[in-house]
Design a protein around this ligand. Structure first.
Ligand code: FMN
Length: 223
């Protein structure tokens, strides 16, 4: 697989097979992803890997809390800016509509939407999970760096036949995640990532999201 194929076949996978991901493969992905660039080579990322019994224990813990606190614990950062403006608002809306349409869930069916959203908190059945944490002293440029680390991991995963789903949804459970991972107070959770083999039969995995045209996002100052 070349880079173009890895980029073009990466998508957010929301249903996984329970086939385990070899631990060596995860380690190798991280070993190579260390080459991701960062301003000043700060490498401002830390990652926690969960699989097997600890992953099951964590998902069970969250499930027990979800019943009491369906909204989670609140977030430490705004996942989206308040009053999201256009065109971002419409893009977000369409992405949600298209996602629920793969499952024939209508706007009126709020309980079904919430149930599907809650699948985030099982890592969509993935057998491996990553949590990305960053030092609270870091600013926007370092948060951009961590994004590059994430994408590098997602592309390396594709090269190995794996799929991924990055998950900011975990920001809503930052306290429980921090406690479970025993994070020191100076580190904060950015997001999680489900990693595993895609369930090819799952309708939700048929979603292919839109992108703006190059001429909408790029200005060429070339002539
Ligand atoms: C940092 C980040 C966090 C995300 N968080 C979630 C999430 O919590 N749950 C989810 O289902 N998708 C999540 N996504 C996936 C986005 O919705 C997805 O990337 C976008 O709609 C484009 O679709 P694609 O990844 O399939 O190309 C996240 C993506 C990124 C980059």
């Amino acid at each position: 697989m070349n880079v173009t194929e890895a980029v073009e076949t990466r998508m957010s996978c929301r249903a996984f097979l329970d086939t385990p991901v070899p631990l060596d493969m995860l380690r190798e992905i991280l070993q190579i992803a260390r080459r991701a660039p960062s301003g000043g080579n700060l490498q401002p990322w830390q990652v926690h890997v969960l699989a097997g019994a600890p992953l099951r224990e964590f998902v069970t813990l969250i499930r027990s809390k979800l019943d009491l606190q369906p909204e989670g614990e609140g977030t430490e950062y705004d996942v989206y800016p308040p009053n999201l403006k256009e065109p971002y608002r419409s893009r977000r809306f369409k992405c949600g509509e298209d996602l629920y349409a793969t499952l024939s869930i209508t706007r009126a069916e709020r309980p079904r939407r919430l149930a599907q959203f809650a699948r985030n908190y099982e890592f969509f059945g993935a057998p491996a999970a990553l949590f990305f944490v960053i030092d609270r002293a870091m600013g926007a440029p370092q948060w951009a760096d961590i994004g590059m680390f994430l994408q590098t991991i997602m592309l390396l995963a594709r090269e190995r036949g794996l799929h991924t789903c990055p998950q900011e949804a975990w920001a809503s459970w930052h306290r429980t995640v921090a406690e479970f991972l025993r994070l020191p107070p100076e580190l904060m959770l950015f997001c999680g990532m489900a990693v595993g083999y895609r369930d090819e039969q799952a309708p939700i995995n048929r979603l292919r999201t839109d992108r703006a045209a190059v001429d909408e996002l790029a200005t060429f100052h070339t002539a």
